[in-house]
Design a protein around this ligand. Structure first.
Ligand code: NAD
Length: 481
């Protein structure tokens, strides 16, 4: 493994104006490598390179099917390099190797999907009577700035980069300072598929330095951000100063409502994936379960069984799919989650299982289930971003919806029942951008994803996301005679 990783600006690998940062392996607590840190000057060079390529029309003038083929080839490049890429992702992020491989496959799937979509962004003609010919077209914004979180660095970069390129934008991407290394493969992919120098620029830097410089840069035309609410507000404020649109995906406190007629055995699988996949560091994690009081104890027994069945160890020791969980991304994220568990206990929560830091090197937290949670507790409202599930009770359908909708967030929600009317009613009433019925994470790259409330605005995934990357132009022609 390389010990020093550079940034990729205007087709060249370069050092950073802000020096270097250590990248730590959260599975061991040891230093993995050093990463160049960009400063505002580096950001400026990257944005100007992207603007140059955009203004030259290199991508936007292509016939969309050609652009789509380039985008698809990038996905194939990632799959061709999955072994080395997944290994580095596991080492820097902490997730099991089998999860890292799923993440790389998911990233490739975005390039496949948006590569396919490139030639579907069609305009329309609007009738204005015999003296006019009028049509509407969609054009790329220009320079798309993308600020990436550390929980799924490969998949999140793929999500925005694939859609931005498919629609003919050029990109400047700021990678997360905790997990910047695996993003280097996107630069290699851009070169391999023949994108011109400056079309894709990838740099790591501190949020308040390079991140702030990128979001405030006057030649950025559109911003995509995934991360915390406070940072989202800072980025939206910077975007407002330059009057550019942004897409914000800011996490959640998403709830599954489990009715007395739900398939409790099947729900074990939803617990497994919903809160322990990626050690719960998922914006759409199932971090609350709101269960009917008649099945509460039976469900808690099952969920505790799931949590206790998981083996927790460094990601590189987990090559095969199975009942395993890795480290959290850093000791400070782990300590923050552990502290939230202690604070919840002080407010009356019962730790049904887990809750402790593990007594081994690395950023490990036991898979945790908290019961006796009531809606006003901090743990019922604040995002933990770790393997910690809060269980609340309800007795009427209305009460369940009220609890589910009772946080400032609204990313996703779920309802588990065998009654179709009840499921449909809940789907109507849940204030969330996506509702899962009888399977947490049902859907895919094709289904639009994004938040209500403080979970953000704009949509990622699906055809819906394409409209974030294009602006509408109407042309009205007065005909002679
Ligand atoms: P963060 O929002 O601070 O960081 C996310 C990204 O934003 C990083 O690349 C960071 O460098 C950048 N950034 C930070 N400050 C910036 C600024 N002023 N201008 C521009 N960019 C800036 O998140 P974090 O500190 O890494 O994690 C804190 C919490 O955020 C987590 O505990 C979790 O609750 C939440 N989070 C959510 C997601 C998600 O997928 N929704 C992902 C990561 C973190």
């Amino acid at each position: 493994m390389k010990t020093y990783w550079q940034n990729y600006i205007d087709g060249a690998w370069v050092d950073g104006g802000a020096g270097r940062i250590d990248v730590i392996n959260p599975g061991t607590g040891e230093k993995l490598a050093e990463q160049a840190l960009a400063d505002a000057g580096d950001v400026d060079r990257a944005v100007m390179a992207a603007q140059r390529v955009h203004q030259a029309g290199v991508l936007s003038d292509l016939r969309p099917v050609e652009r789509g083929r380039i985008v698809q080839a990038m996905g194939r490049y990632l799959l061709d390099h999955i072994d080395e890429l997944a290994q580095v992702l596991t080492l820097e992020q902490g997730k099991p190797l089998w999860e890292a491989r799923i993440e790389v496959e998911g990233a490739a799937r975005y390039f496949e999907y948006y590569g396919n979509q490139a030639e579907t962004v069609e305009g329309r003609s609007i009738p204005l009577g015999k003296d006019y010919f009028d049509f509407t077209t969609y054009e790329p914004f220009g320079v798309s700035a993308q600020i990436i979180p550390w929980n799924y660095p490969v998949e999140m970069m793929a999500r925005s980069l694939s859609a931005a390129l498919a629609t003919g934008n050029t990109c400047v991407i700021k990678t997360p300072e905790l997990t910047p290394l695996s993003n280097a493969w996107f630069a290699n992919a851009a070169e391999a598929v023949g994108l011109p120098k400056g079309a894709v620029n990838i740099l790591c830097g501190l949020g308040h330095d390079a991140g702030a410089a990128l979001s405030a840069h006057p030649h950025v035309n559109q911003i995509v951000f995934t991360g915390s609410v406070p940072t989202g507000i800072a980025i939206a404020t910077a975007a407002a100063q330059n009057v550019v649109p942004c897409v914000l995906e800011l996490g959640g406190k998403s709830a599954a409502i489990v009715h007395d007629d739900a398939d409790l055995a099947a729900f074990e699988n939803d617990v497994r994936w919903g809160i322990y996949f990626n050690a719960g560091q998922v914006c759409s994690a199932m971090s609350r379960v709101i269960v009917h009081d008649s099945v509460h104890d039976a469900l808690v027994d099952r969920m505790v069984g799931v949590a206790q069945s998981l083996t927790v160890k460094p990601g590189v020791e987990q090559p095969e799919f199975g009942p395993t969980m890795g480290a959290m991304v850093s000791e400070s994220q782990r300590d923050r989650a552990a502290q939230m568990v202690s604070d919840a206990q002080a407010q009356g929560a019962n730790v049904a299982t887990g809750g402790r830091k593990m007594n081994i090197p690395g950023a490990f937290l036991e898979p945790t289930i908290l019961t006796d949670i009531t809606p006003e507790m901090t743990i019922a409202n604040d995002e933990v971003f770790g393997p910690v599930l809060s269980v609340l009770k309800f007795s009427t359908d209305d009460e369940a919806i009220k609890i589910a909708n009772g946080t400032p967030y609204g990313l996703v929600g779920g309802v588990f029942t065998s009654n179709l009317d009840r499921a449909t009613r809940a789907a109507q009433q849940l204030r969330a951008g996506q509702v899962f019925v009888n399977e947490w994470y049902a859907g895919g790259v094709e289904t639009p994803f994004g938040g209500y409330g403080k979970s953000g605005y704009g949509r990622e995934k699906g055809r819906e996301a394409l409209w974030n990357y294009v602006q509408t132009k109407n042309v009205a022609i007065r005909l002679k005679g």
